[in-house]
Design a protein around this ligand. Structure first.
Ligand SMILES: [Zn+2]
Length: 396
């Protein structure tokens, strides 16, 4: 059964991961992202593909003083192979990391013979190498011509994919299935199954300043209004949604009634309905806060990654991955997680997705991040097999 797949060049995979990890690609480091995108464009040029860099969508953010500003992002890499094919899939990854250019974690270190510590080695430069080499192996198989695919490597996944969400949806449309190369949920290779959703909000409060001693009654205290909202938000929590008031900015000198504040909070809905219900209750809540405190509020943000359910079609893709793993002597399991990724966005388009096809490793988003190096070739073989099966009509 294994005969058709080409060999996986694990040394080349490791060399690429090490070269890519050496490039800082914190989501805000546009120079580093441009360098990384160029390196990826060259590497993916080994496929029979058209390779394109796509500008990020504009993203508005809220500054500490409540004003809106445009937040810059890096370009995204889009690779297309056989766009005319009837059977087409989507493969996605991200080139950014959570480590900015001024972070202390910039270097690689071998923890033992097969464990490499370094920024992005697992999340997800290792995963990008898995994707690429799975495809290179797949392209050697006789049935490769039956499958077309698009690849997206975005530059902003770690901050929520706001500059690539539309592109993800465009590329997911009409696809048979999608594979995303986040690291496995556990170091033993366990996949992430259902995921919760996430939303981020910034609420600005505009009150009226006044002297705290002479005419405090003429003031409208924005910090008090924000504090009131925080308590009311926490009261909305349920089994269906958690709410985390994360940061309160604003205020003025001790003798001034503060006229502005910005509250930032995160919500984690378990269902699409819970996210939508919260969003609408928030509007009522803000009306009530405005009346109670005689101030103006403005809301920014919302649920940007809907909860990811695994429907029957998605379950068939999970089953296929497990079947392919079994053929390769890999015992594939899965479990639900509260974490989010671009798999949430893809699932929201109704496309079956397994979003942890990347390496085995761990401690991601920390300076202890590590890659279990033999998992590069192991997971590439798994992916290549799954892609080969999709090419020959699995899921149809
Ligand atoms: Zn990631």
């Amino acid at each position: 059964m294994d005969g058709n797949l080409g060999t996986i060049d694990s040394a080349a995979m490791l060399a690429q991961v090490q070269a890519w990890s050496a490039i800082n690609t914190g989501t805000g480091n546009l120079a580093g992202l441009a360098e990384q995108a160029a390196a990826l464009a060259e590497a993916f040029g080994a496929l029979p593909a058209t390779v394109e860099l796509v500008d990020p969508a504009p993203v508005t953010a809220i500054a500490a003083d409540g004003s809106a500003f445009d937040k810059p992002h890096g370009q995204h890499l889009v690779v297309r192979v056989r766009p005319q094919a009837n059977r087409r899939i989507l493969l996605t990854g991200h080139m950014d990391t959570v480590f900015p250019a001024d972070h202390t974690f910039q270097h690689q270190r071998w923890l033992d013979e097969e464990t490499l510590n370094g920024p992005g080695v697992a999340d997800m430069k290792g995963g990008i190498a898995v994707m690429l080499h799975a495809l290179l192996a797949f392209e050697q198989t006789p049935g490769a011509g039956a499958l077309g695919y698009d690849i997206l490597i975005n530059s902003d996944e770690e901050t929520g994919s706001l500059a690539s969400a539309d592109l993800i949806a465009q590329l997911a449309a009409g696809k048979l299935a999608a594979l995303t190369y986040e690291p496995a949920a556990l170091p033993d290779g366990t996949l992430a199954h259902e995921r919760g959703g996430t939303g981020n909000y910034s609420i600005t409060f505009a009150g009226k300043s006044a002297h705290a001693g002479r005419n405090p009654h003429e003031g409208r205290n924005a910090v008090v209004a924000a504090a009131d909202l925080i308590l009311r938000l926490k009261a909305l929590e349920s089994a269906e949604i958690t709410i985390n008031p994360a940061k309160l900015e604003g205020g003025a000198a001790n003798n001034v009634v503060p006229d502005h504040a910005v509250l930032r909070f995160n919500v984690r809905p378990k269902t699409v309905e819970a996210g939508a219900a919260f969003d609408s209750v928030l509007n009522d809540l803000l009306c009530s806060i405005e009346t109670t405190h005689d101030i103006a509020t403005h809301r920014h943000g919302g649920v940007t990654r809907p909860p990811k359910k695994v429907d029957a079609a998605a379950q068939r893709l999970f089953d296929l991955v497990r079947e392919c793993g079994a053929e390769l002597g890999q015992d594939i399991r899965w479990q639900s997680t509260g974490g989010v990724c671009d798999g949430n966005n893809i699932a929201a388009c109704g496309v079956p997705v397994v979003d942890t096809m990347g390496v085995r490793g761990g401690a991601i988003h920390s300076p202890d991040e590590y890659l279990i190096v033999p998992s590069l070739a192991e997971r590439a073989r798994l992916s290549a097999r799954v892609i080969e099966r999709l090419a020959s009509g699995a899921l149809q």
